[in-house]
Write a protein that binds this ligand. Structure first.
Ligand code: NIG
Ligand code: FE
Length: 433
């Protein structure tokens, strides 16, 4: 008697499972994807029940629904663990200014950059529906790129009302959209213009009012600080992160992207969940991340968009045993890139990662930094059934085949949420048939 399951995903040339053990993969293990050739996946109640060779799965299970991968490669849905999707206006003009020689810091000092997005979001704060639709359209794009879970930050409000509005929009989108969202309060993204003369007053506002309000309302699981040249100093960041920790929030840090200011040392010392960017991280910073159990989140699309010629030292992080993840840093200024597949290609080309290392960093290792329920970023019994079908014969085409989105089907919590050729995510109820 065959066991009944909700769905079998079959005809896969390769299933990239990343299964086995616990925690993120470090060192040599990052290169081991635990592949199943000619595989299939059985799904019940939104979870993976079994993954094995196709003949084994088909002999064991009767499926209410069969989905064919048509000879494609199946991966865990990508986990994009650094995004800024709550904004209202794009900033393509700044990309062009950088192509003409301006730097990100110069654009910021002239009142552009993050400040430009803050002005726009504050001006649009009354149009909640418009903001919600913009966010939803961006989530549709993530899903179409095979991303099933994101970490998402506020950070273009920089006042109590607009930061909370941003986080509320994220909570509403998490409830209504197939893409799951792990929310982070990034009130410490910049010091807003009205506090320019008294930076300490803004640090107090973040610690005493904005973060407590976000935590009380259950709207943020983590807090983040942009600790870098032209942003918050290490001492300011320390005050904010210590305050956040006392509120029970997990910590994430935009660290040492533009200059080696010691943000990574701080992140490691405070046991931050992640330290992100790290283009200019020092040896002490790397040692601190290792000691703090902090995951390094590398964002090569940002280096590309900012025209940086230095890159985060992946090889040194790997050698030191620091867990490494990848993310898009999707935002209107420094990375208008929603695709983790594009990021995998950039990680291979710019950071010197192998395809397998980049896939590990974009799935299992990224998922380990999330606070959402369930095991994600792997295909193994008990894991959340978030699966992406790519029309490539094996995973090595990631990176190799650039400029074409190979995503054919996305399965979220065991249901088909997106298929190539459909206008957007399919409504969940219509998919039960
Ligand atoms: O991660 N570095 C700070 N924050 C964003 C940039 C946001 C923006 O420029 O709007 C980042 O790159
Ligand atoms: Fe960022």
């Amino acid at each position: 008697m065959k066991e009944q399951v909700d769905l079998v995903l079959t005809d896969c040339s390769e299933v990239v499972t990343l299964a086995g053990g616990s925690g993120p993969l470090t060192g040599a293990a990052m290169d081991d994807l635990a592949l199943v050739a000619h595989g299939a996946v059985a799904v019940r109640d939104g979870l993976v029940l079994d993954v094995d060779e196709r003949s084994v799965i088909e002999a064991r299970y009767d499926a209410r629904r069969r989905v064919s991968a048509e000879g494609g490669t199946v991966l865990p849905g990508f986990c994009d663990v650094h995004t800024h999707p709550v904004f209202t206006a794009t900033r393509e003009g700044e990309f062009d200014m950088r192509a003409r020689g301006a730097t990100y810091q110069e654009i910021t000092a002239a009142g552009g950059g993050i400040f430009s997005s803050v002005r726009a979001l504050r001006a649009a704060a009354g149009e909640r529906d418009v903001l919600a639709r913009g966010l939803e359209a961006r989530l549709d794009r993530f899903l179409a790129c095979g991303t099933t879970t994101i970490e998402a930050k506020s950070g273009y409000g920089l006042d109590l009302a607009t930061e909370l509005l941003s986080l509320e929009l994220l909570a509403e989108a998490h409830a209504s959209h197939p893409v799951d969202i792990d929310p982070t309060c990034l009130a410490a993204h910049q010091v807003p213009p009205e506090h320019k003369a008294d930076r300490t007053a803004y640090v107090r506002l973040v610690v005493d009012e904005i973060l407590p309000a976000a935590a009380r309302a259950g709207l943020a699981r983590s807090a983040d600080v942009f600790c870098d040249q032209g942003a918050f100093t290490v001492e300011e960041a320390r005050a904010i992160l210590v305050g956040a920790k006392q509120l029970g929030l997990a910590l994430r840090v935009h660290a040492d992207e533009l200059a080696p200011v010691g943000a990574s040392e701080l992140a490691g010392e405070l046991g931050a969940q992640t330290a992100d960017h790290l283009v200019r991280i020092s040896d002490d910073g790397i040692a601190a991340l290792r000691a703090g159990g902090t995951t390094a989140v590398l964002l090569p699309a940002t280096c590309f968009s900012l025209r940086l010629r230095d890159y985060a030292p992946f090889a040194r992080l790997l050698e030191a045993g620091v867990p490494v993840a990848l993310a898009t840093d999707f935002n209107p200024g420094t990375s208008y890139v929603p695709s983790m597949i594009e990021v995998i290609a950039l990680a291979c080309g710019l950071l010197g990662m192998t395809v397998a290392q980049a896939v590990t960093a974009a799935t299992r290792n990224a998922a380990e930094t999330l606070g959402l329920p369930g095991v994600r970023g792997r295909i193994e019994p008990g894991a959340v059934a978030d699966l992406v079908v790519l029309d490539i014969p094996n995973h090595l085409f990631l990176g190799y085949q650039a400029g074409w989105n190979p995503v054919a089907t996305v399965i979220k919590h065991g249901r088909v949420a997106w298929r190539r050729g459909t206008p957007g995510p399919l409504a969940e109820p219509s998919e039960s048939s």
